[in-house]
Structure formats: structure tokens, C-alpha cells
Design a protein around this ligand. Structure first.
Ligand code: SF4
Length: 765
């Protein structure tokens, strides 16, 4: 097509952070392919981004602000000035009557760092509410809490380069092959390495695509992960495989953990975890005797009432065996969303402030307030903690929070206990939704919908699981009147009286302000700018201003030798100072704790919050399928992606299916203590008896009418530290949905009336 041009960018789906090339012409996105120059994926992609054109140009894109006067009333188009002006007036009046903490923002790991920064500055610094929580609460907050507990700060230690170098990778609660396919392709390459194949151990209740290819599969019972890891640690201690020198020089708290480990011989661990003692021994030996070993995990560890301690146990496995800070070693949390990491850096969870700071710290509050040069009308960062996602739902329920501003996420589908969430949104006095799509299940509760630009209609940065920052360039204009999220917030700030403090000319200026707040922090990015990222490609942090100067010196030297190849420039930019800018964080083994040592300690062995009983005998665990993303607002637009999994389903072990009178392929009802949903049964032996699995993607707009959505079943119990909900374990029963064959006392009379001698017929499809 004439006028085509190709723009380098990054994938807007998962946290792997692959580089993409978007080809556009005439204001339309024509095709998407992998960027062969991006170091993460080298031209490869999974299926999802290939189908982005159908999502970007979908008919349900929000194109103009819309408001309505009564819940469920008709929408009418309004101008930006009217929409934002109305919302600002409503917020002003709610704050005047109920205080700033009656206002909350619920945001998303889909946002770019610039969007995230502006919402935090506005809400925490100017309005004075720390209730800015993100849907990353549902996927990564246990990883944040775990890294802080063990290493003193958030921030993944290894990088993807280590996957290439590792001799043994233990994956816990991660179906990497389906959900992080490019990471899996690197692990597979390590497995196929000539002469030194990497061993892969998978801990998962299901024999997933990942487990099927592993060297060892440990089919753990939900809630049994920490006991299993304690059993592995017991074997490592018992068989003299600990790295005593590392423990002595770089850790504290080993005595406390070791006393607990002594209590968990593999036989006891087997009883609780459901994994054979011999498999636990085997896994421990493989991990502890590997030249270089890593632990990797995702939602299966994080979405748990013991999520923080599962993370700490995975760190402990590395620390006890000295597997840190060298090629192929260390604990690497795999993030779910494209910018969950950037959100953490910018303070995008309740309780956080930009630059890995904490709202609970007076010093951090002072630093941020001073940096923001708050005018007298701004409230300043409050010392009162903000509300995490599930507490926000409770606060909307009881009326403590009156207004919620939702950005780029669909909590009406994704938060646990849907009925409670829907009622909470119904009770709110003001619901504003900023989204690229309308209607969604969440805009059904909104008073005002503001159209947001989507990828690739705006510029900004994202950080991947390995701390790599990539610039997403704008390739086309957004449809209609849609605006980048940060610009919508800047308009709101101006309407609230703070135009000057939010008057950035472009996203690059927002980014420059944010990185200045990272100076001297673990996540120092003061050497990064949109200009540098555009010129040099993606860069892992830390990347300081001094790193940038050195990179520029090396570039000038390369220019003198006429060597301007992309490889030389990228190598220079990524390794300007090996002593500091390592592919590994804390490679000097000095951690940002008060003692400089990594912290070990006793771990919680509590199981799941909701245990099965006679009425709800199965544990349902939830997750994703490879072709869909979150609540399907984008991926459902592609027929090719829908084809693999055209409808919601539940996987059941044949024994459980037989006990429930259910056969493969029939529609069944899943019932929990909170609600029910109708899905298709898939009966196979790849799942543990007593455990069921269902994906959460299908909300009310994508399921069959009346079938309901999966989070109608889930509960809102959370980890006590990370406050991440336990979306991976709820007690359910499965019921056959076909009309039951009436028994002799239930036969209907020929006219269809119920025989007076029997009860009513049951069932009904
Ligand atoms: Fe995008 Fe993740 Fe697939 Fe890479 S692995 S192409 S980042 S969805």
C-alpha cells in the first residue's frame, strides 16, 4: 500500500516486553510483526499482537466523551470541556463534603509509565488521597511484597539473559508456554543447548503445556507450595547442599528458617503438598547441584493468601544454595501486564510513591511533596494509607468512598466476587471510566465515559519483567476525540485549578519529570529519555545520568572508528559501566536492607483460605488461555484467537467428573458459596483429582446470556502483607446441566403439570 511506514514499538499485552513493528498507512494499522532488533524476542511474537489491527479498529472504540444523568439511562455525547468540567465539579463537591479520601482511582498495568505518573501526582500529591490502586494488585503485589521483604526493595534481580545461561529453572505457578511464550522459547533454547541442557522443573496442579515439556512435574495441591519448598530446603540441608559461605556472608535470619526447615522432612511435605517425597527429593537435588539455577513464577504463586511467603520461599531456595548475582542464577518474577513493572516504579499501588518510595515514610512524603512544588491549594501526600482494590470495593459498599475513577481496566469482570463488586459500583455516587472501549462490563456502571487513546495511538514507556524500558512510539492518531490517558488527567487537573503543574507539552516531558524522581534510587533511570530510547532502543535499568554520559562517550568513540552498527550502539548503551549497569540487580550481593544482607525467616504454611467440604468438594483454580488476554476487550475481536477456545470451560479430572455425573463436552454449572456460572466441561487426566481449572476471560459481554462470569465464584480473601486476592483457589461443586431424567415419583402428567404424587422436575438446560 502506498504511504506505508513502519514504526518500532513494544507489545501492549504481557510483561515479557517484546519489541514489535507496526506498519501503518492512511491512519490505519495494517499489520504487526516482531522486531528482529529487539533483544527480548529477536523478531518472534506469540499470536496475540499479530491480531492487534482488529482490536485497534474495532467498532466499539470509545470516540467521544459520553455522560448520562441517571444509572442505566441513555448516553449523550458531551464535549471534553463539559465532561471534564462536570466531573471536576462533582469531585470538588464530594471532597468538600467528605474529604479527599472519599475519592479513589483504580488503574491498570496496561497504562504507560507516563499515564501512571500523572494519576499518582494528581491523586496523591494534589487531591490528597493515597487510594490509587491498580489491577496489578491482582497479579504482582505479592512479588513486590516478597522482594521488599527479602531484599529490602522491589526489583527483579536476574534478567532474561540468565534464562539463556541457566542449568536448572524451577517454574512455580506459571504456564509459561501458554502465557509468556517468548520467555518459554528462551527456556526451550536453553533446554536444547548442546552439551549442557538446562533442566526444567514445573510446580503446578495441572499438567499444563509447560509441565508436559518439563523434566520434572510436581503436581502440587493448591495451597501446598510453601510446604513443598520447605521439603526441598530440608533435603538440601540434610544432604549438605547449602552454600554456607553465601549464607554467612550475605544473609540474615537463616537460623530461624533453618529451624522451620528441620521440621519439614520430605515425607511431611509430601503429605501436605500432595507431591511424592521422591519427587521432592529429586527436585531438590537437581536444583541444588546445578551449576546455575533460577526460580521463576507468576500468578500461581502471587494470587494467594500466602503469596508473599511463596515469593520468600522461592527467594530462599536461591539464597540457601548461593544461586544469585551470577549468570544463569536468581529469583525472577514474571510479570503479567506490559507495564506492571513501570507502575511499581512510578508508585502505582496504594501505599507507594514514585521511585520505589513509600507513602508511610515521612521522609519519602517530604521528598515527593518538595519535588512536586505543591501550591497552597494542593493537599500533599497523606500519611494515611490508601485503599487496596478489595478494600476499595468494601469502602464503596459502605459509602466511605463516594467516587471512583477507573482507567484502562475492567474490574466488573476481573475483581473477585462479582456480585459484591457490581453492587459496590452501583452504590458509588460518581463512577468515571477512562477506556479505549465502550461499552464494557464496567462502563455499564459509569456516569461518565472518557475515550482513551490505545496502543499505538500514543507515545510512552513500559518496563518489562527484566527491568527493560522500551519506548512505545505513536504510529497513528486515536479515533474521534480520544486522548492519551495522561492528557485526560492533565485536563482534569487543570479543571481542578492546577493547570500549571500539569502543563507538559508531550509524553517525553512527563517521562523526564518522572525519571528525575528516581535519582539515587534502586530503580534509577535518570539516564533515560524518550530521545535516548528512540535512538538506542530498549535499555534495562538502573541507568543513571552517569551511565548515559558514558554511553555517549562510547558512541562518539564508535563514530570515530566508523563503527555505527546497531549492535555496537546497543551494546554501548546497555553496558556503559559493567560495575553498575549489570544485567543483574544487586550483583555485588549488597542488598538495600538495613544490614545490607538478604533476609530469611520462617514462612507461613497456611493452606488456602477456603477449604472444600461436602457441598463444595473441589478447589477451583483460575488462569488464562494462550490466545486471550484479560477480559477480552481486545483479543475477542480476532476470530483466529477465539477459535482455539471459543467459549468458557472448566477442566475436570475424570474421577471428579464421574462423581458429579458429568461427561466431557457437556455444559455444566459451577457453584461456589457466592455464585454460579455455566461453562463447558473438559474432562481429562492432566489435572489433579479434587482440583478444577477454568479461565477467567469471559465476562458478561462475551459469555452466553445468562451463563454468568467466573469471578461470580471467587472470594476476596487476601494475603496479609501484599493484600493480593486469592484468585487461584475457591471451593466449588460441579453440577450436570442436562435435564435430569425424572424419577418414578416425579413423572409429569401428559399435560405437563407436575404429578401431585411427586416433586417438581429438576434441571433444565
Ligand atoms: Fe506480546 Fe507477551 Fe506475546 Fe511477547 S510473549 S508477543 S510481550 S504477548
Amino acid at each position: 500500500m502506498s504511504g506505508e511506514r513502519t514504526v518500532r514499538t513494544a507489545c501492549p499485552y504481557c510483561g515479557v516486553g517484546c519489541g514489535l513493528k507496526a506498519t501503518v498507512a492512511g491512519g490505519r494499522l495494517l499489520r504487526v510483526e516482531g522486531d528482529e532488533e529487539h533483544p527480548v524476542n529477536r523478531g518472534r511474537t506469540c499470536a496475540k499482537p499479530i491480531h492487534l489491527p482488529s482490536a485497534v479498529h474495532a467498532r466499539d472504540r470509545a470516540t467521544v466523551p459520553q455522560r448520562r444523568d441517571v444509572p442505566d439511562g441513555p448516553w449523550r455525547d458531551v464535549s471534553w470541556d463539559e465532561g471534564i468540567g462536570w466531573a471536576a465539579e462533582r469531585l470538588r463537591s464530594i471532597i468538600a463534603e467528605h474529604g479527599p479520601e472519599s475519592v479513589a482511582f483504580y488503574v491498570s498495568g496496561q497504562l504507560m509509565t507516563e499515564d501512571y505518573y500523572v494519576v499518582n501526582k494528581l491523586a496523591k500529591g494534589f487531591i490528597g488521597t493515597n487510594s490509587v490502586d491498580s489491577n496489578s494488585r491482582l497479579c504482582m503485589s505479592s512479588a513486590v511484597a516478597g522482594y521488599k521483604a527479602t531484599f529490602g526493595s522491589d526489583g527483579p534481580l536476574p534478567s532474561y539473559d540468565d534464562l539463556d545461561e541457566s542449568d536448572c529453572i524451577l517454574l512455580l505457578g506459571s504456564n509459561t508456554a501458554a502465557c509468556h511464550p517468548i520467555v518459554w522459547s528462551r527456556i526451550k533454547a536453553a533446554r536444547e543447548r548442546e552439551g549442557r541442557p538446562c533442566q526444567v522443573i514445573v510446580v503446578d496442579p495441572r499438567r499444563t503445556a509447560t509441565a508436559a515439556e518439563a523434566d520434572l512435574h510436581l503436581p502440587v495441591r493448591p495451597g501446598g507450595d510453601v510446604p513443598l519448598l520447605l521439603g526441598m530446603l530440608h533435603v538440601i540441608v540434610r544432604d549438605g547442599l547449602t552454600d554456607e559461605r553465601y549464607l554467612e556472608d550475605h544473609t540474615e535470619g537463616w537460623d530461624e528458617l533453618r529451624a522451620q526447615v528441620d521440621e519439614w522432612p520430605p515425607e511431611r511435605a509430601a503429605d501436605v503438598s500432595g507431591v511424592d517425597a521422591a519427587l521432592i527429593e529429586d527436585a531438590a537435588h537437581r536444583f541444588a547441584t546445578a551449576g546455575a539455577a533460577m526460580t521463576c513464577w507468576t500468578m500461581g504463586a502471587n494470587q494467594s493468601t500466602a503469596g508473599t511467603d511463596k515469593n520468600r520461599a522461592l527467594h530462599a531456595l536461591c539464597l540457601v544454595t548461593g544461586q544469585l548475582g551470577r549468570p544463569g542464577a536468581g529469583p525472577l518474577s514474571l510479570t503479567g501486564q506490559p507495564n506492571a513493572m513501570g507502575g511499581r516504579e512510578v508508585g502505582g499501588l496504594a501505599g507507594l510513591l514514585p521511585g520505589y518510595r513509600n507513602a508511610a515514610s515521612a521522609e519519602d512524603r517530604e521528598t515527593v511533596n518538595t519535588f512536586w512544588r505543591l501550591p497552597p491549594t494542593a493537599a500533599g501526600v497523606s500519611e494515611r494509607p490508601g485503599l487496596v482494590a478489595t478494600d476499595l470495593v468494601d469502602a464503596l459498599h459502605d459509602g466511605t468512598v463516594k467516587a471512583v475513577w477507573i482507567m484502562a481496566t475492567n474490574p466488573a469482570v476481573s475483581l473477585p466476587d462479582s456480585a459484591k463488586v457490581h453492587e459496590a459500583l452501583r452504590r458509588a455516587e460518581l463512577v468515571v471510566v477512562q477506556d479505549a472501549y465502550h461499552p464494557t462490563e464496567t462502563t455499564a456502571f459509569a456516569d461518565l465515559v472518557l475515550p482513551a487513546a490505545a496502543w499505538p495511538e500514543k507515545a510512552g514507556t513500559t518496563t518489562s519483567s527484566e527491568r527493560r524500558v522500551t519506548l512505545m512510539r505513536k504510529a497513528i492518531d486515536p479515533p474521534g476525540e480520544a486522548l492519551p490517558d495522561w492528557r485526560i488527567l492533565a485536563r482534569l487537573a487543570a479543571a481542578l485549578g492546577w493547570e500549571e503543574q500539569f502543563a507538559w507539552p508531550d509524553a517525553a516531558a512527563v517521562h523526564a519529570e518522572f525519571v528525575a524522581l528516581t535519582a539515587g534510587r534502586v530503580c534509577d533511570q535518570t539516564g533515560l529519555s524518550h530521545g535516548r530510547l528512540g535512538r538506542d532502543g530498549s535499555v534495562r535499568w538502573p541507568f543513571t545520568a552517569a551511565d548515559a554520559e558514558r554511553a555517549d562517550r562510547l558512541r562518539r568513540r564508535a563514530a570515530l572508528t566508523d563503527d555505527l552498527s546497531p549492535e555496537v550502539l546497543r551494546a554501548d548503551a546497555e553496558a556503559p559501566d559493567r560495575a553498575h549497569h549489570s544485567p543483574r540487580l544487586h550483583a555485588d550481593h549488597v542488598f538495600p536492607t538495613s544490614s545490607g544482607r538478604a533476609r530469611l525467616g520462617a514462612l507461613s504454611v497456611d493452606g488456602v483460605a477456603e477449604t472444600p467440604d461436602d457441598e463444595h468438594p473441589l478447589i477451583l483454580t483460575t488462569g488464562r488461555v494462550g490466545g486471550q488476554w484479560h477480559t477480552m476487550t481486545r483479543t475477542a475481536k480476532a476470530a483466529e484467537l477465539r477459535a482455539a477456545d471459543p467459549e468458557p470451560f472448566v477442566e475436570l479430572h475424570p474421577d471428579d467428573a464421574a462423581r458429579s455425573g458429568v461427561t466431557d463436552g457437556e455444559r455444566v454449572r459451577l457453584v461456589s458459596r457466592r455464585g454460579e456460572v455455566v461453562v463447558r466441561a473438559r474432562v481429562d487426566g492432566d489435572i489433579r483429582p479434587g482440583v478444577a481449572f477454568a479461565p477467567f476471560h469471559w465476562g458478561l459481554l462475551h459469555a452466553r446470556p445468562g451463563d454468568g462470569q467466573l469471578n461470580a465464584l471467587s472470594h476476596d480473601a487476601t494475603d496479609p502483607v501484599s493484600r493480593q486476592p486469592e484468585l487461584k483457589a475457591m471451593a466449588v461443586r460441579v453440577e450436570a446441566l442436562v435435564a435430569a431424567v425424572p424419577g418414578p415419583r416425579e413423572r409429569r402428567s401428559p399435560g405437563g403439570a407436575v404429578d401431585p404424587t411427586g416433586g417438581a422436575a429438576t434441571g433444565g438446560a
